[in-house]
Design a protein around this ligand. Sequence first.
Ligand code: HEM
Length: 81
Amino acid sequence: SSRLPVFSNDEVTKHRSLEDGVWVTYKGGVYDVTEFVAMHPGGNKILLAAGGALEPFWALYAVHDQEHVLEILSQYKVGEL
Ligand code: HEM
């Protein structure tokens, strides 16, 4: 088995635009969702979380509290915090 790389929060914060890549964190995982931004059912709101944690936003938008949403997110995992 292979392990994904470990990233610091500092590194994650560098990726908060479509140009620099859109990275988010969730429960200790790091996700590069750049390619998903255009497919997001909630539109550009996803960019509010760019470079940081999803948890505060998903606490407000409970539509994400579904298995199929986590399945989508898992496809974009690039590392661990
Ligand atoms: C809806 C994924 C981040 C706001 C959705 C849905 C998915 C999704 C799959 C459709 C769920 C359903 O209807 O069954 C994601 C992923 C995110 C992300 C993978 C991050 C990587 C965010 C953030 C916000 C947000 C940060 C707000 C700041 C919304 C809203 C909807 C939505 C408002 C409802 C859209 C509608 O039905 O009109 N998201 N989301 N999302 N998302 Fe996100």
